[in-house]
Write a protein that binds this ligand. Structure first.
Ligand code: UVW
Length: 346
């Protein structure tokens, strides 16, 4: 499976499709049929809600997070932003970083030091907002003609007027998180990685928690490690690996029902899409079906491309898999997603 069009071309195509379909009924899609009896949180937090399951995180949950702090050790969980390179979803390009002002500009006589002699540098970045470790706004993925909460998918045109990432930036993400190191529990014995093409199911999460001695509480943020994203920095890159065959969660009704019952506010992972990008369900091929189920229907916030290897190595050593998580996406108004550098405090 390959993406042959750029997202911009896809966007234009979608707009054209929208124009030609105006006024005509749209055929029911496979995901619409699949999700008919699946959990939905539309309306649970009011008609205009834009942050979904993050509503589960309040003052009590922030205190739960603080109670998980034992040593005070901190870990930053963003990958490095290196100009022109980095793991991104197919069709996106990594961040490009340019210097606008530096010593070279002064040397060329194109800028003068400020009065008194101070000089300064400036820079500019061109970036997909999902081009590094990021949090997705709830309207970032949808199916049919409605985004999270039932708002029209036309609310995404020219910027999200509903459920943008700015709403999540406004709220912030603070709570108790648990690391489920599936890569260590079920993966290779040296790098503790899941093989390509692995599907993570609910029983894998539960077995990992049990092996770690970790209790997953209601309203915990789930941080799931596959070991996958680290392959990008291997000295000898794994030719087998691509975004399309990365290990990730796989769709099942049991998984959705467990996440619903656990009141999970957010799922963060060290892969490109949280889930296996391409999945076979009941003999049909789906691409990112959990984005439809979790994000659009349940309002569960998804966050990807996390750097978890240092935190995981430390947790394997001290046996502490719960921690306080603080993550503040940018208040990018109308944005689909935002870069984030989450901080775990143990
Ligand atoms: C897609 O998977 C399309 O987007 P994201 O990486 O933000 O989830």
């Amino acid at each position: 499976m390959q993406f042959k069009q750029s997202p911009l071309a896809l966007c234009t195509g979608a707009l054209l499709a929208g124009l030609t379909l105006a006024g005509t009924a749209t055929a029911e899609t496979s995901i619409e049929r699949l999700q008919q009896d699946a959990p939905s949180n539309w309306g649970k937090w009011g008609d205009n809600d834009e942050v979904g399951a993050l509503n589960y995180l309040g003052e009590a949950e922030a205190q739960q997070g603080a109670s998980a702090i034992r040593s005070g050790k901190t870990f930053t969980l963003q990958i490095p932003m290196t100009s022109g390179t980095g793991p991104v979803f197919p069709g996106r390009v990594p961040t490009l970083h340019f210097m606008a002002t530096d010593e070279g500009v002064y040397m060329a006589g194109k800028a003068e030091p400020l009065a008194g002699g101070v000089k300064y540098s400036d820079d500019v970045a061109f970036m997909y907002l999902q081009g590094t470790t990021h949090v997705d706004g709830l309207a970032h993925a949808w199916y049919g003609e409605q985004v999270y909460g039932g708002e029209s998918s036309k609310s995404t045109v020219h910027g999200h007027s509903h459920a943008d990432v700015g709403a999540i930036g406004e709220k912030g993400i603070v709570g108790r998180a648990v690391l489920l190191d599936v890569g260590r529990h079920m993966g290779s014995s040296d790098l503790h990685r899941l093989p390509v093409d692995s599907c993570i199911h609910l029983d894998d999460l539960q077995a990992t928690a049990e092996a770690q001695g970790t209790t997953v509480n209601k309203r915990d943020i789930l941080v799931i490690r596959t070991g996958s994203i680290a392959r990008f920095w291997d000295e000898e890159p794994d030719a087998e690996w691509s975004a399309m065959n990365e290990p990730g969660l796989c769709y099942s009704k049991e998984l959705l029902e467990w996440i619903d019952a656990m009141e999970t506010p957010m799922i963060a992972m060290d892969n490109i899409a949280v889930e296996r990008v391409v999945q076979e369900i009941d003999g049909e091929t789906y691409i990112i079906p959990l984005h439809g189920a979790l994000m659009r229907d349940m309002g569960v916030v998804l966050s990807e491309i996390w750097w978890l290897d240092d935190l995981a190595a430390d947790s394997a050593e001290d046996g502490q898999y719960d921690f306080m998580l603080v993550a503040a996406p940018l208040k990018m108004e109308q944005g689909t997603g935002s870069p984030v550098n989450p901080v775990a405090i143990k």
